[in-house]
Design a protein around this ligand. Structure first.
Ligand code: CP3
Length: 373
């Protein structure tokens, strides 16, 4: 573990980024100093030289240097050891020069901090240590001192912040109450998430008790991340699309709004609600930016959302596995063209980087966004 911090290549890469930023600063109305400023400017709807780029699940999975660490440590060890979490967060920045780094952790650390631990199944997917089955189980979740139990994340963020040195934006994140409730009530990953919707329909008081506890815990967790220096945070409502549209506001959107209100605008909040087209409900959450998944035409999203909301997305992640670098670059340019002139556009995928993504495709993607190819 002593050896995991390799500072030099990162610094080199970031100096290059700064140089690129300075060069383009000559262009009219698009003054950008470095990656961090580019990301923050886009989130605040300012003019940028090119859209900032980062990718969901950029940390881990498909990177050989991450797989090396996985041979030695379990996933839990990796996320619970600040030096290792920091190293993995920075790996994709070193390799690809993304404009933002996302904390290496998992949405399930919040249920864990409430007393419901998790582990990964050998067969893939995640398993909670037990399943929430009754109101009594929900009452037992201990929402006091959540921040105290998540101090290891604060330590990781401070280490990352130091290494990024203000040149690359640092993103924190948490799961939305609705998405977390699904994993907690189902007992882990599932082909069919049905229990949370069932509870929402049949016992609204128990559902609200759970969602309320999660909203409070997530707010406290994101506040801890803000206090540790993150530049923005993303709420993952990856299972938001499971909800019939008319239930989205009561089961998910309103809880995200409660969290965002609790954070009082200290940093921009990005909401990624996969498969959700309830534009008004999404805007009502108070999100500064909305992540759009690849099942939705980003132009449809752009047309339906006010200019005051930044847009993030929505390159098809499957192309990173199946296509050639030339196709990836060409498709990236199609997306860039669609979003040209849209203030507050952030290049990202429609969902996470697949574990089997080809590195040369990731390079082509980033190269195309940076105008290098
Ligand atoms: O995006 C990043 O690079 C930062 C790290 C991050 C991870 N998980 C690391 C991880 C983030 C932001 C998450 C979010 C997350 N975790 C979500 C929401 C986003 C999404 O993808 O929908 C969800 C639903 C989870 C829960 C989770 N974590 C599951 C169901 C699984 C197992 C299945 C899978 O996708 O691999 C995980 C594992 C996980 N989380 C891994 C990583 C790097 C893989 C662990 C490994 O095998 O090395």
């Amino acid at each position: 573990m002593t050896n995991v911090m390799v500072m030099e290549p990162l610094l080199q890469r970031q100096n290059e980024q700064t140089a690129t930023g300075n060069a383009s600063a000559a262009a009219p109305a698009a003054v950008v100093g470095n990656s961090r400023e580019r990301m923050l400017t886009a989130l605040n709807l300012g003019a940028v030289d090119r859209p900032p780029v980062w990718l969901m699940r950029q940390a881990g999975r498909c990177l050989p240097e991450y797989r090396e660490l996985k041979k030695e440590y379990t996933f839990r060890e990796l996320i619970h050891t600040p030096e290792l979490a920091a190293e993995i967060t920075v790996q994709p920045i070193r390799r690809f020069g993304f404009d933002a780094a996302i904390l290496f952790s998992d949405i399930l650390v919040v249920p864990e901090a409430l007393g419901q631990g998790f582990r990964f199944r050998d067969t893939g997917g995640v398993e909670m240590k037990f399943t929430l089955q009754s109101q009594a189980d929900i009452e037992k979740l201990d929402a006091t001192e959540v921040a105290g139990r998540l101090q290891y994340v604060a330590s990781a963020l401070r280490a990352i912040k130091k290494e990024l040195g203000g040149r690359t934006a640092l993103l924190g994140f948490a799961g939305s109450p609705w998405t977390l409730a699904n994993f907690m009530l189902e007992g882990g990953s599932s082909n069919e998430f049905t229990k949370a919707l069932e509870l929402f329909r049949k016992d609204r008081r128990a559902f609200d008790l759970l969602a309320g506890k999660l909203a409070a815990a997530v707010t406290e967790f994101l506040q801890l991340q803000i206090d540790s220096g993150v530049d923005a945070v993303q709420l993952f409502d990856s299972l938001g699309g499971l909800l019939p549209g008319e239930d989205f506001e009561a089961a998910s959107g309103s809880w995200m709004r409660q969290i965002i209100e609790g954070l009082r605008g200290q940093v921009p909040v990005i909401v990624f609600a996969k498969g959700v087209r309830r534009w008004n409900d999404l805007v009502k959450t108070g999100a500064k930016a909305l992540g759009i998944d690849h099942g939705i035409d980003i132009l449809e999203a752009s047309r339906n959302l006010p200019a005051s909301v930044a847009l993030q997305g929505n390159f098809d992640p499957d192309l990173l596995t199946a296509a050639t670098p030339a196709t990836v670059a060409a498709e990236a340019k199609v997306l860039l063209k669609k979003m040209r002139g849209r203030r507050g556009y952030i290049f990202n995928l429609g969902h996470g980087v697949p574990a089997e993504a080809k590195l040369e495709n990731l390079e082509a993607l980033v190269g195309a966004v940076k105008g290098e190819i």
